[in-house]
Each structure stands twice: as C-alpha cells, then as structure tokens.
Write a new protein. Structure first.
Lengths: 557, 101
C-alpha cells in the first residue's frame, strides 16, 4: 500500500534531525524524528483501540505544541482518520471558547477528542451531554506500539476551522492531495533544502502554524524549533535567537509578531547576534503595513538581516495555505495608492504579496467573472490543485468554492503579475473583531421602511479601517438621517458614509452579492475618493451618485 | 505603593486601549467585551494578560479564572481582588466605587 508523501517520514524518519521544544527553564528539549515517528505510530495504535476507523474525524484541542501534540496529530493521520485542531481556551477570552468548541463538535461529529492533560477536564465539562465519544489524553495513546502499520489514508487530511470570532465555524475540508500540493509548493517557493531549519511560535490551530510551520518542515525532514505562543508574546528573544545565535533559516508569522519583536526585544539583547543566515520570514495572515516591514528591517539590518528575507505572502485556509508569495532573494515591493481624501492625506503603500506558488493561477475579475487588466481592482479568484474541496456544510460566507476556481471575497489587483490585496470585498467587514454582513445591515434598513430596490449596503476596508457605505436612491433628508443613525448602530466602530443616487442607478441584479461588488468596485477604484475630494455636491461620472458630504462621519475612509 | 481603585481602573483602561487590536473610539466603558467589542484575538489576549501581570505584579492568571473574564469590568474586578488578596489591604484604597464583579 503506497504511503502518502506527507506521512512517509513516519516510516523513514530522517535520522539526526528533529524538533526542539523551548522549555520554561530556558532549555531546548530535542526529540528526533525517529522518536517522534515511533510515538505517532503508537498514538495511532491507541486511537484504533479507542474505536477510530478509517475516514473518522478526530478533534485535537491543542494546548502546547509539545512532542505529545505532534505524536497525537500524526497518530490520527497514520490511523487513517482526518484531524482537526482546535484552539485551547485562553485567559480573558470569556465564554467564547465554549461556543467555538460546541459549534465545532456539532459540525465535525468526531469519533474521539484528544486533549492535553490540563485541558481534558475542561473539554469534558464543556461537552456535557454532547459527550458521546472518548476524550483521550495524548499520553494514553500508546496502543499496539510499533505494530500498527499505516492504514489507507483518509480522503481528507485536515478540517481547518477558519479563524474568526463568530461562533459559526467554517470547517474547510482539505484532502491529502491538496495538503501535499501546497506543502510542495511552499517548499519550491522557499527553495527549502535539507540544511534548512525552521522556527515558529505560531499556534497550531491556525493554518499558518499547522501547515506552514509544522507539516512543511516535518514532511521535508527539516529541523524545527518550537516556542509556545505565550512564550513568544511574553518574551520573543528565545525565538529570535534561533536565527541570530542558532541555525534556523525559515519562519512565518502575522504582522503582530514583527511588531511584538520591535516593541519587546531590548536593543542590548541584539548585540552579538548574526541574522545573515535568516533566509525567509514569511509575513501574511492579515493586511500588513509596509511601514512595519521597514521598521523590522531597521531593527535587524545592523545585525546582518538581509532585506530580501522578508517575504510577504497571501493565503487562505480554503487554499490549504499559501497562494502567492514574494520570490526568495527578491526584496518586497509596495504600490502607492491614492490616499484617503481630505486634508493632509498621504498616499498609502499597499504591499505586494508576490507571485502564485505551485500550480496556482490568480486572476482579478469583475462581478461577472471577466478578468480585469493589470492595475484595476476587482475580486481575487484563485485556482489550483491545493484548493479545499468545500466546507463541512457547503459554502458559507463570502468565499465561494467552485469546482475549478474560488472567488475569495478579497479585493485586490495585479501589477507585473504580482498580487496586491486591498481587503474584503463589499459583502462583509470585520468591525472590532466581529463580522458584519451587508445583507444583515440591508435588512435593518428595510425593516425601518427602506424600499429594497432603492438601497444597497457595501462594507469593506479602506486604509485598513472598516467602512460601511449605504447608497440610497432619491432619499429625502429624513430618510438620510435615519439611515445614518441605523448604519452607525449596526456598524459601530466603522466609518460610515451615506451616498444619494438618482433613481435607477443601483445595479439591479438577481444577486445582492454581485450588485454590492459592482458598487464596491466603484468605491475601491477611487471614484468615490475623487468625489469626496471635490466636495459635497460633486457627481460621479460613471454612476451618477451624489455624495452627501456632510454625512461622512470619519475622515479615515 | 498604595493605589486607589480609581487609579487601578484608569491604569487597566489605559492598558486595554494600548493592547486592543481595534480600540476604535473606545471610551473606557466597563462593559466593553474584550473579544466582541475590542477585537482581541488570541495573541492580543495573551499580551493583555501579561501586561496586567507585569504592571500589577500579579501571579499568572489561572485558566479557570481567565475563562470567567470577558469584559473590562471583569478585568478590573479581578485585579482589585488580587491586590486585596495579596495581603496588603492598603494596596487598594477604599476610595472610588466598590467593585463586586
């Protein structure tokens, strides 16, 4: 029986290489791949004994990225099942975690749950009456030892719950083929060789941590240095020293990580460190301000950091992980966008997220799917062999999975083949950590008496800040005032704008989604910015809206 | 050093404002929810927990207690209780409104 490429290391682990785990006392605990492979195979035996069958789903609640976690994670796959990693509860999180776990369990219907010793009691209590399956500690997973051979692999390797604060979990189905296509693409893009070592502090319930920083190095047999997220947040220096004082060469993190290093690492601690071997710092997961990259370079360039090491990337759980990335050894670039209208506004840089990796193709399309020329913003559409095959319960939210391509719900444009991502596209926006959907805001306005065909709401980000725009056809002043107040209530925390339009100018299509996209394209292409710059009574040439300038409540649009 | 409860409150609101990923126009209101209102993601929650431990010299917040904390008021109540329990009754003065959270 052929063994999947991503699981081959469990049978032929690279000798001499392995995972180092940072301990609170400052030691690095080294576990070789042969030892980890043995533990993973034993864990598989324990799972089989607990009743896990091929294609079953096992939920792993990840506390710390310990050797036990690695063994449990790969044990599930070796047992022929599908694994889903969930976040542990966190201090100060309040009751949100309980809702996420309960929702994930009902969506996933796992055969077993694996939770670290300190989390087990919590999970058992949380699930209460829903608990019909065993909750196992990784330490208990010591079934038939070495005797367990790989079963035929499950169809799906992973179910990734996309990060979000909503209690509606989106479980993304990742087949083995997609996972392996993406890790191979990451390896090719970063030109990973046998001498490379990775270091990470990312949580493993996140795709960037799990796929990018655990599965990728383990599959390649590369050395890996692991610090816990909490350790990194408290003191990023041990992680940073993996590159400056030890042999790590590759990492990935969101902008938060760069910012934390800049703010938290004492300058005197950098003396004597040499970052010249640090080849790739993949930066993604959220929109990055080019200024942040410049500040990071300024901090570490005196200690040998190559400016080409910073490697912005674009990815999403629905594509397993990476979609585009800046080629290694090429410095990142940014494009200047017209600044927000208003006094003193400066052009803002939009970071280039590189070229498609692996066999991905990226297009920017309009609302009917026609590719747009370079430099024209539209919706990012991706296709390639590492696309997920769907969600647990079909399409959810703005992102749509199709057979051959996926509309991401992200707005962006291409320049010289490089992707620039502007933000979410019209249908929803995150305001203070909560997703607000245009559909919901439209129904609030309809309930207050707005005629459905004479109003449209578009939501998105501009200059990194959430924006809510309502377009009203021929409104009277009272309705405008009412709409402003409703919009502010429904989208508290977002900049709010009300635009008045002549009758018949809101695009009428059967799909609210494509109508919003058309409006959002007009907004993102800068036409609205131009109106604002011209003042309150200027009209827009292409769509004929009139801006109610006195209704702009936040100059940061 | 003796801190009045009002000083503790002000200090916590100031920390939350600094650490919140999406502080918006946060006015320091006590019922603001860390995750839902102020956009705290998992890493920012860690940052907040550590900042509070460091600034008030408190032991790490245990997981169970942490699960009961969801709003600014919960954070303030927790810190005030901890300072009192540290055996220095003077560490939180009696002025300002009593916190019962």
């Amino acid at each position: 029986m052929p063994i999947r490429p991503s699981l081959r290391w469990l049978e032929e682990p690279a000798p001499g290489s392995g995972i180092r785990h940072y301990c609170p006392d400052g030691r690095w605990d080294f576990r070789s791949y042969p030892e980890l492979a043995l533990r993973a195979r034993r864990a598989a035996g324990g799972l089989v004994r607990a009743g896990v069958r091929r294609d079953d789903r096992v939920m792993v609640v990840s506390g710390a990225t310990t050797p036990d976690f690695v063994a449990a994670f790969y044990g599930v796959l070796w047992a022929g099942a599908t694994v889903s990693v969930l976040a542990p509860p966190l201090s100060l999180q309040g009751p949100g975690h309980a809702g996420q776990v309960l929702a994930a369990v009902s969506a996933l219907e796992p055969t077993a749950v694996v939770a670290g010793r300190n989390l087990r009691e919590h999970v058992v209590q949380l699930l209460g009456d829903m608990l019909t399956v065993p909750v196992l500690c990784p330490g208990e997973l010591t079934g038939d030892g070495d005797a367990v051979t790989a079963r035929p692999s499950a169809e799906l390797a992973l179910i990734q719950f996309t990060s979000g604060t909503s209690n509606r979990p989106k479980g993304v189905r990742i087949p083995f083929d997609a996972l392996e296509a993406n890790t191979a693409a990451i390896r090719d893009w970063l030109q990973v060789g046998p001498a490379d070592e990775w270091a990470t502090w990312l949580p493993m319930h996140h795709d960037m941590g799990l796929v990018g920083c655990l599965i990728s190095p383990v599959t390649a047999g590369n050395g890996l240095w692991l610090t816990e997220p909490a350790q990194f947040v408290r003191d990023p220096l041990p992680y940073l020293r993996c590159f400056g004082a030890a042999s790590a060469t590759i990492t990935a993190m969101p902008g938060f990580g760069l910012d934390r290093i800049i703010r938290k690492v004492p300058r005197e601690a950098l003396g004597g460190l040499d970052f010249s071997g640090w080849r790739a710092i993949v930066v993604g997961a959220e929109r990055i301000d080019p200024q942040l990259l410049r500040r990071f370079e300024e901090l570490l360039a005196p200690y040998g950091l190559d400016p080409a090491a910073l490697t912005p990337a674009y990815g999403l759980a629905e594509a397993t992980l990476a979609v585009t990335g800046v080629p290694v050894r090429r410095r990142w670039v940014d494009a200047q966008m017209p600044g927000p209208a208003g006094a003193g506004a400066e052009p803002r840089g939009v970071l280039g997220c590189g070229l498609p990796v692996g066999d991905f193709a990226v297009r920017v399309v309009d609302d009917v799917g026609t590719p747009l020329p370079e430099g024209v913003p539209g919706e990012v559409e991706v296709s390639g062999s590492s696309l997920a095959d769907g969600y647990l319960d079909g399409p959810v939210g703005a992102a749509q999975l199709r057979e051959d391509a996926m509309l991401t719900g992200d707005a962006g444009f291409l320049l010289d083949g490089e992707l620039y991502v502007l933000g979410r596209l019209g249908d929803s926006v995150k305001v203070r950590g909560r997703s607000v959907f245009a559909e919901d805001v439209e129904s609030v306005l309809r309930e207050a008496g707005g005629a459905p065909h004479r109003l449209a709401v578009v939501l998105g980000e501009r200059a990194g800040a959430p924006v809510a725009v309502v377009v009203l056809e021929e409104p009277d002043q009272r309705w405008v005032d009412r709409a402003v107040s409703l919009l502010r209530g429904a989208c508290a925390g977002a900049a709010v704008a009300v635009l008045a339009a002549p009758a018949g100018t809101i695009p009428q299509t059967t799909s609210g989604k494509s109508r919003r996209r058309e409006l959002w394209h007009a907004f993102m292409s800068g036409e609205l910015g131009a109106w604002r710059a011209r003042g309150t009574s200027a009209t827009n040439g292409s769509l004929g809206f009139k801006l109610m300038g006195d209704r702009i409540h936040n100059a940061a649009i | 050093m003796q801190q009045s409860e009002q000083e503790v409150r002000d200090a916590i609101v100031s920390i939350i404002r600094q650490v919140a990923p999406e502080p918006g126009d946060y006015d320091g209101s006590a019922d603001a929810r860390l995750v839902d209102t102020l956009g705290f993601h998992s890493l920012a929650l860690l940052e907040l927990a550590f900042a509070i431990e460091d600034d008030f010299d408190l032991p790490p917040i245990d997981e169970e207690t942490g699960r009961g904390i969801a709003t600014t008021e919960d954070v303030i109540g927790y810190v005030v209780r901890q300072l009192r329990e540290q055996g220095d009754p003077a560490s939180v003065g009696a002025e300002g409104p009593e916190t019962t959270a």
